[in-house]
Design a binder for this molecule. Sequence first.
Ligand code: ADP
Ligand code: MG
Length: 247
Amino acid sequence: MCDIIIMVINDMEFISLKDCYKIYRNGVTAVARLNLKIEKGEFVFVIGSSGSGKSSIIKMLYREEKPSKGEVIVGGVNVAKLRDSKVYKLRRRIGIVFQDFKLLPNLNVYENVAFPLESFGLKKSEIKTKVHKALDQVGLREKYKSFPRELSGGEQQRVCIARAIVNEPKLLICDEPTGNLDSDTAKEIMNVIEKINKETQTTVIMATHAKEIVNRMKKRVVCIENGVLVYDKEKGTYKTHENTKAI
Ligand code: ADP
Ligand code: MG
């Protein structure tokens, strides 16, 4: 079962979580009866206070965690049922950006971005084209020879975004990508991600606390409190449990 990965069968249900639960071994229910559909090309903010379950939801999309109950479908793939030996195929199609930059300190910018492509059996010239294209998309073409320690926080996060998109994924997942950045740099990073979403129709799912950014960008907002979806709105704003009720 699930030997063949078929990406994007149905654009209307590019991502679908059905009655999804995540209960950790210590008994914590991080996600409860979550139903969520995301179409191809959407830009979705996942908001909610710390510990509300945002990262747990995101981890289920790239099979870092399996749902305890329910279904998680990503691009036609039933992620929970995917064999361990096939998970790498799913991850090749998903770009992931975290709060902490997770760059390899001994590799330069070019090498960091090329890193995920290394096992693909591509020609050096193909890798070069892809890496420079990705660096162009994040506005870092000039700095390809720099090492992470020579870059600002914002530049390091741009490198991470380039590394995440270098294989042209259908889905870009970002977990608090601006959490370590000042507000001006955070805005720049958001502009880069928004541009990628618009120009390449890459679906973007972003967990964030950045209230100002969420309110400015007017994207779909999904709010999670105690593992439960309490708010889901197109062109939404940053709402918390005080002004939302369970839906
Ligand atoms: P958020 O990203 O919104 O801060 P998380 O998804 O990280 O929330 O956490 C949701 C809840 O699940 C929290 O109560 C957290 O302590 C718990 N949790 C997260 N990961 C684990 C884990 N691996 N084992 C046990 N509990 C966990
Ligand atoms: Mg988190």
